[in-house]
Design a protein around this ligand. Structure first.
Ligand code: UDP
Ligand code: MG
Length: 317
């Protein structure tokens, strides 16, 4: 049985060595599996690509795809899935935060227990800045409330999948990719494994707070239209309030006359409504912007070089 492990790498020169060592140990412990390590070099600016090439000379199980620039982890995952021809496909980080030692258990769950995919989640966020954990936790809470797809808190992209699952993921050729949502969206039987958070073995995280924040907005826009409904709801509520206020003013005018007072409150109301209108336009705009990107149908990534013969960067449309 062939297992392709997809490893997105962006500036991972210091971590790759440890990753490969650990992977080799795991591969040796699973002799029944025919492994392929598919490194996706996501436009690294350091020596990541040279290191991967050196590994591929030493070990013919090492394959790589190298992008023309940094396209992001989601694009790297997509490229890997597209080029994976294994019966089983795994996605794992290069920094050993997705422990390869879980692979035997994941393999067992698919081959012996009949699951279609095995996902992992970390049960704590030890070693992560508290603000980041706070926002992450609330993001998942919000996401589950406003979208129909189940997104598990602490879920990693670390996963082992069978062919059917991978094919289903590839059916979704959307440009704005949010894998954690896509995994849930396709369905199938998924087993969850839990593990304690592991800190990065070397190098540093590629996700700044701002990058994560934008990514979370991408996730919301990709998997929920609730913000649009909320905007519409606001509109209706405002109309009702306005109708009430009009009635009030007419009646007061009839009873007491002289209604030319209250302009400061008027200014407040106008500014408040102006703000809400702009907010709603912003929400609408972000959906429209995503639609615009989607409609352009640009490729999700551009492959510059690879050692995959036959599967050489060719994408079947
Ligand atoms: N990564 C990537 N492209 C990017 C950013 C990250 O391929 O633009 C890869 C990175 O090399 C690593 C994985 O995605 O293998 C997870 O990144 P990182 O460890 O920096 O994120 P964290 O674990 O801190 O969330
Ligand atoms: Mg990491």
């Amino acid at each position: 049985m062939k297992l392709t492990a997809i490893i997105p790498c962006y500036n991972e020169e210091s971590a790759l060595r440890y990753f490969y060592e650990e992977m080799e140990r795991v591969m040796r412990s699973m002799p029944q599996v025919d492994f392929e390590l598919l490194f996706v070099n996501d436009g690294s600016k350091d020596n990541t690509l040279e290191q991967i090439k050196a590994l591929s000379v030493r070990d013919e199980r090492v394959k790589y795809i190298s992008f023309s620039r940094n396209f992001g982890k989601e694009a790297a995952i997509y490229a890997g899935l597209e080029h994976s021809d294994g019966d089983l496909t795994a996605i794992m980080d290069a920094d050993l935060q997705d422990p390869p030692s879980l692979l035997p258990r994941m393999y067992q769950a698919i081959v012996e227990e009949g699951y279609d995919s095995v996902a992992t989640r970390r049960v704590n966020r030890k070693g992560e800045p508290p603000i980041r954990s706070f926002f992450a936790r609330n993001f998942y809470r919000l996401m589950n409330r406003i979208s129909k797809t189940d997104i598990v808190d602490g879920a990693r992209d670390y996963r082992l999948m069978n062919r059917a699952f991978v094919n289903a993921l590839l059916e979704m050729g959307e440009y704005n990719r949010f894998s954690k949502g896509l995994f849930g969206w396709v369905g199938f039987e998924t087993k969850w494994l839990e593990f304690e958070n592991v800190e990065r073995v070397a190098g540093e995280t590629k996700w700044s707070f701002w990058k994560l924040f934008l990514y979370s907005i991408d996730g919301i826009v990709a998997f929920s239209t609730m913000p649009l409904s909320i905007a519409a709801f606001f509109g209706v509520m405002m109309c009702l309030v306005a109708a009430g206020a009009i009635l009030f003013i007419i009646i007061r005018q009839l009873l007491y006359g002289g209604s030319a007072f209250g302009w400061p409150s008027m200014v407040c109301i106008i500014m408040f409504l102006g703000g809400i209108q702009l907010l709603c336009m912003g929400i609408l705009g972000s959906y429209l912007a995503k639609t615009y990107l989607e409609v352009k149908k640009r490729p999700i990534y551009i492959c510059k070089e690879t050692n995959l013969s036959g599967r050489n960067g060719e994408r079947d449309e």
